[in-house]
Design a protein around this ligand. Structure first.
Ligand code: CS2
Length: 490
């Protein structure tokens, strides 16, 4: 059965959905870049809230920004389905639950009409703009400053009608200001520490290049709460679409699947109003920083710590790599020896328990999350997930074997071929040609000069540089497993 507003009443009895009349829902949120993660996370919390009394003004307008065939296909699918889609939640030890998520009430494909996308955000009904544009989408340098001179930003700033998330928001805020409409609140939902602060820097930084007056107005009037987001959401491939549709009994052209765990911790600064998310499981706090640091430096960092060596060893699926005793030991030792000692637990959270929980989430065989997905864009992820721990461990002169091993694996991973000879996709949109040259330079130490490591201060430690070079040589001579088992594990 196809999925649309018309078929909503006749779906298979096993499919669940929140209880509200979708025809009465009005948009109040716009989301920029509607990826799978957004559809498995924020859209779920909105779907829950829409079932509460007097919350019908918080439907989501999805806005696609990228001009790619995959994005165009997604837009066509979601538009044909009236924004409806199935989300299959997969617990480790219970049957899957298929939900139809109804909160995405409109979908605008930016590349079809960029000016229309901007106008959509200028609608006074839109009071919150959320976004998931990835770690690299903020164009911050290693010192945390916006880079207007980055070629992507130079190109975007030169356009009359911008394409980037920041350009779209800045121009929409200009229209709102001219019309005397209050600004929307900007809520970044990316895995970036202090994501609200970073979003502010990027948006104000972009606007400053265009119109200083507007930038000043944004800086004074727009709120940028930070938040921590968490839910493991694998990529959906063609075979997954067929599998998910066979299981749900619905011909969904854009299904999503995910783990059953979900968490959202949000700073409560929404001067233009917000949904009653606290009633549906969102934790509001005035200080998100400890939550996001723990999540990024434990969960996401451990993901990278598994994915880079794991892919090289020939693994492709997270739950398979978790069965490897040596990799598992690496993750436990990384958490216990490297990550946890440098972190402060948020109120009511025990770091060891959090670590045990995330490892059990990774073991979930019901979701076949892809190591290549996690390894992709490591050039943007490592500076966010690994740098604070790496810099801390090295600065304190502690045992840096695991860090040196990971960075050596990153360099080897860039070659795109695992130790069994199988090729995999290396998706590194933020890695420059110069970086790639350095990664494969005849002198293995030169890889530490790659822009991804700038500001980490690793080269200041001779001991670390030596260790890194030794790891690279060991990987080449003996392979990942032997290096790990004889030279890395405690
Ligand atoms: C992953 C994240 O892509 C990655 O590097 O670590 O996508 C991770 O699955 C999510 O942040 C979980 O909340």
């Amino acid at each position: 059965m196809e999925l649309s507003v018309k078929t909503l009443g006749n779906l298979p009895a096993t499919v669940v959905m929140s209880d509200y009349d979708r025809s009465t829902v009005r948009p109040g949120i716009a989301h920029l870049s509607v990826g799978n993660f957004h559809r498995a996370h924020q859209a779920v919390y909105v779907d829950r809230v829409l079932a509460l009394p007097e919350q019908g003004g918080w439907g989501i307008v999805g806005v696609g920004l990228l001009d790619t065939p995959a994005e165009a296909a997604k837009a066509a699918a979601l538009q044909a389905q009236d924004g409806l889609y199935t989300l299959t939640e997969c617990p480790a030890d219970k049957p899957d639950v298929v939900r139809v998520i109804k909160s995405l009430v409109e979908y605008v494909h930016g590349p079809a009409d960029r000016a229309a996308a901007i106008r959509r955000l200028a609608d006074p009904a839109i009071r919150v703009v959320t976004m998931t544009i990835t770690e690299g989408g903020y164009y911050m340098d290693e010192a945390g400053q916006f880079m207007p001179s980055h070629p992507d930003m130079v190109e975007d700033l030169a356009r009359q009608v911008p394409h980037s998330a920041f350009g779209v928001m800045a121009e929409a805020l200009r229209l709102r200001r001219e019309a005397g409409v209050v600004p929307f609140t900007v809520l970044s939902c990316d895995n970036v520490p202090h994501n609200g602060h970073v979003a502010r820097k990027a948006l104000v930084g972009w606007a400053e290049q265009r119109d200083k007056d507007l930038a000043g107005w944004i800086s004074q009037n727009v709120a940028f709460p930070s938040c921590m987001v968490d839910r493991i959401t694998p990529a959906v491939r063609e075979a997954d679409i067929l599998r998910l549709d066979a299981a749900s009994g619905i011909e969904d052209r854009a299904p999503v699947y995910c783990e059953d765990f979900i968490q959202w911790v949000v700073e409560d600064t929404f001067p233009s109003g917000r949904p009653d998310w606290e009633k549906v499981g969102v934790l509001f706090t005035q200080d998100v920083a400890p939550y996001e640091q723990v999540k990024l430096r434990m969960l996401n960092a451990t993901h990278s710590m598994m994915a880079l060596p794991g892919v090289l060893m020939g693994y492709r699926v997270v739950s398979d790599a978790m069965q490897d005793a040596s990799l598992y030991a690496l993750l436990q030792q990384f958490l216990g020896f490297d990550a946890e000692p440098l972190l402060q637990a948020p109120p009511g959270m025990a770091l060891q328990e959090y670590g045990a929980l995330l490892l059990s989430r990774f073991r979930n065989k019901a979701i076949s999350d892809q190591l290549v997905r996690i390894a992709s864009d490591s050039a943007s992820k490592l500076p966010v997930f690994i740098r604070p721990t790496a810099s801390g461990v090295v600065a304190q002169g502690r045992d840096a074997r695991r860090i040196a091993f990971l960075l050596a694996c990153f360099c080897a991973y860039l070659a795109g071929r695992d130790e069994k000879g199988a090729a995999y996709d290396v998706l590194e949109p933020h890695l420059t040609d110069e970086d790639k040259k350095l990664a494969f330079d005849a002198d293995p130490a030169r890889a530490l000069e790659m822009s991804v490591f700038s500001g980490w201060d690793l080269e200041k430690s001779d001991a670390f540089v030596t260790q890194f070079v030794e790891m690279r040589q060991a990987l080449k001579a003996q392979g990942v497993r032997k290096t790990l088992e004889t030279g890395v594990l405690a």
